[in-house]
Write a protein that binds this ligand. Sequence first.
Ligand code: FAD
Length: 489
Amino acid sequence: MSASSLHDPRGPNPRKAALEAFIAALADLRPSRDPALLEARSRDYYWYSPILKQRLDPCRGEVLVRAASEAEVIRVAAACARYRLPLTVRGGGTGNYGQCVPLEGGVILDITALDQVLEIRPGSVRVQAGALIMDIERAVRSSALVPGGQELLMYPSTRNTATIGGFIGGGYGGAGSVRNGILKDPGNVTRVRVVTVEDPPRIIELRDADIQKVHHAYGTNGIMTELDLALNPAIDWVHHIALFNDYRSALAFGVAATEACARANPLRGSTAPQPGPGPSLDAFEITAVDQRFSPFYAEAFGDRFPAHRDAVFAMVNPRDLEGWRALMRRFGGEESMAFTEEQLLVQGLVPAFECAWNHTTLMALRKDPSWTNLQTVYAWPLDIDLVMRQMQRYGDEVYMHHEFGRDSHGFVVFALPLVAFFDRDRIYQIIAEHEAEGCLVFDNHVYTIESGGMKSIDSAQIDFKKIADPHGLMNPGKTEGWLAEYVQP
Ligand SMILES: Cc1cc2nc3c(=O)[nH]c(=O)nc-3n(C[C@H](O)[C@H](O)[C@H](O)COP(=O)(O)OP(=O)(O)OC[C@H]3O[C@@H](n4cnc5c(N)ncnc54)[C@H](O)[C@@H]3O)c2cc1C
């Protein structure tokens, strides 16, 4: 029996009939077909890429429904399965590659009303998947359970607008990764509760390594409703800017500071070799941006990031600030800012984590939308001469931005260079040149999981998809090698 024959075999438009049946079944949740709302909720930040913008701009969901409890999520999942409708789960909608753009229309499930911090414990927190990361951070910092409060191990630079479910579904790491590794590393996320898309749905709890089955799966294999995350004792990080006369020195400082951070924080469960002797300095974020970014930051920082000075933005443990300054001076650096987050906000300044990761590109795009970017990874130890050669080769076509991080295998130098968009061929020529020079490229101009960086189909995720989404309704088109059974429009 085909999917469409399940409800209206004679109808001229089976998708329309399925949508009407869905809306009637969930009338009390007030599903919306408002075109303006559907347009807004069918977008994320794919427009960073002119290539994706052209492909994804026309995509729209056909009905938006908001669930405020796991019971309501279950009802939505059951109705999607019953009527064979494509389903796209949406958190904050800050993903970069059309992760929550409904390629095949259908239902958009807004998860942001599942926003509760359910239980704070020493060393961990249980949250609903739609909770804003910022709200979780506030709750664990202010809880009196542990003297001085606790903090999340990492968050994306979209901390203030992204949900925790969206971070696990589409993210990688971010601020905190130089200290605590990436989301994927053991012990950082310890439990995920998933609702399957079948009629009736089931609830599956994934723990520890099994969490990889849904991590970075772009919402293609089950609806996360609850998560357990590890916590550390809170630190009132100092948001710091160090200025240098050239990008080489900024990068050299970034490398030394990252090694110092690794000495201060051996990664749990990591077998990676430790750096040799040197200073031990605790930091939460280390980002280098070349001086040509300075005009994009002018409103935020003025003379704190002047033209002709390259910058390293960091979040430093106040305990280690003097050591940080000494290391900075060894590389010819000069401090232009050192404030806690509270002090920054009072003065209308921007936190260091919002000068990092994909926020750096956003700062540029707000001023000049003709830019795009790439996502590349450099081998460790960082070959600074290679970066210099690339800067020489590309001139004003590419502005450099490097993120220093770690994962359970060792150090990671991630780059998000800003690239002047000429056309598709030129982007792929620049990608090929980076790959030829040993850089790994996570292609951010494609929308499938596999083309974007996984490079091959993740069989554990596909096996889990067979269990959690047996009809292939979840975010169809985002994972390759999968035939869905949804009713055609
Ligand atoms: C300016 C900017 C900066 C960024 N910085 C970073 C960064 O530092 N690090 C980083 O990793 N990423 C970064 N990103 C990407 C993105 O912001 C993060 O991954 C963010 O955590 C996504 O959260 P969200 O709530 O917006 O997710 P959404 O965009 O709503 O969803 C992301 C994906 O997860 C799926 N999903 C959402 N909720 C659920 C759920 N409950 N169950 C199942 N699937 C679900 C969606 O279907 C979608 O495929 C950045 C993006 C921008 C635009």
